[in-house]
Design a protein around this ligand. Sequence first.
Ligand code: ADP
Ligand code: ASP
Ligand code: MG
Length: 405
Amino acid sequence: MALVVQKYGGTSVGDADRIRAVAEHVARTKAGGDDVVVVVSAMGKFTDDLIRLAEEIAPRHAPRERDMLLTAGERISMALVSMALGGVGVDSASFTGSQAGIITDTDHTRAKILEMRPDRIREALDAGLVPVVAGFQGVSTERDITTLGRGGSDVTAVALAAALKADVCEIYTDVTGVFSADPRVAPKARRLARVSFDEMMEMAATGSRVLMLRSVEFARRHHVTLHVRSSFTWEPGTWIVEEDPTMEEAIVTAITDDTSEAKVTVGGVPDRPGVAAQLFRQLADHKINVDMIVQNTSANGTTDISFTVPKTDLESALGACEVVRDNIGAATLSSDAGIGRVSLVGAGMKSSPGVTALMFETLADKGINIEMISTSSIRISCVVRAEKVVEAVRALHSAFGLDAA
Ligand code: ADP
Ligand code: ASP
Ligand code: MG
């Protein structure tokens, strides 16, 4: 008998029929002899609707209240799924993140899990129930309700799987697994049977939202087996695995795209030690996740520094830059929200010269200008105009031989 954590995303619990289909699948899994813990997201786009409502009522609102509001979405799902389970003869009980013992820090809207105390979930399992846990939320060390960041139900599922020592964490979603590109962007994308943790982390970090980055990091650290699969077809999907050293690595495994970031440029910065440190310290103190950074070569003793940040952090990043602008003696400050990023990810890249050249040639053939570049040992990212991203992904997908036959 195995213990399976099953996480169902927004589309998977999007309406009454989908919720009943989930309950039937849980019942089948139980009938097969396994114990199940269910983690649910808010129904459909309910979280987006709540955010819109909050912004309409008060564009600047307290993060504590935002978290209190958003966690309501997952509460609705957990109760409905639990009711649906009752309807198919499976005994269950729903739990909020707080009741499930998910203890976080106090960083509202992007809280990190500090500790797991899933005693009530264990008790429910021991009593033969299927616990249904609201994803995306916890309770802080100050006893306030927190959320784990967008897409955070994936983290809830992995953290519970780790704490309960589950045999597998199944992430049910609206596609049949992890693909060689977002199948909505590249119709010729192929499903991958296995993806290494390293590659999945790079994919998640560069825009493939099928798994939230933190859930992949958490799963690797705690040795949680992840299986991404469809709640529509229920067929086997993609396994996220430790790299097998005997495996021949694909040079390029996937192409990712991301239009959620904006570029900030601080111009006319004096080119002397300590200046960049001041700037990025200020950004760090504002809890802004800076991604790509480019510094131009110095001319006349000054230079330009550009970096990308999530669009949701742009206003706060500009505020932070203004604070240091006068201190460091920078001349200009500007931003650009019209950028997009395309990335190649592949573990075999580290031993294959020529990947970068082919990437740049492919973009050049399409007349797509590259504005920033960054690399890791298994990734190359280019910033281009946002409206060119779809064309770039499709062209790269073909150029690197990833198109499905
Ligand atoms: P859920 O609500 O189930 O968490 P998400 O919308 O967060 O679902 O993630 C699933 C979506 O991720 C898919 O519908 C797909 O468009 C997108 N996606 C982006 N990149 C990929 C990829 N490489 N493989 C699969 N899906 C991807
Ligand atoms: N409902 C939350 C969101 O939309 C969390 C999740 O779906 O994982 O971000
Ligand atoms: Mg998701």
